[in-house]
Design a protein. Structure first.
Length: 70
């Protein structure tokens, strides 16, 4: 997969440092707002913690541990 040459570097819009990048003039608030509007709606992918399925459940304290090899 190749990156579109006209697409901005995604690190510019990292929410942890975007304010710093705007202050330094690396990007603008307008470009950031445009980037946010271009993101796909992922709200349908959300799950509540009660719905989460753990692929590797932690054994309960009452479970018998496996016997070590002799």
């Amino acid at each position: 997969m190749t990156r579109d040459e006209d697409a901005p570097d995604p690190i510019l819009f990292d929410r942890r440092i975007v304010e710093r990048n705007i202050k330094r003039g690396l990007t603008t608030r307008k470009d950031y707002d445009k980037f946010l509007k271009s993101l796909a709606d992922a709200s349908g992918k959300l799950r509540s913690p009660d719905e989460a399925v753990d692929a590797n459940p932690t054994p309960a304290a009452t479970d018998t541990p496996p016997h070590p090899a002799s």
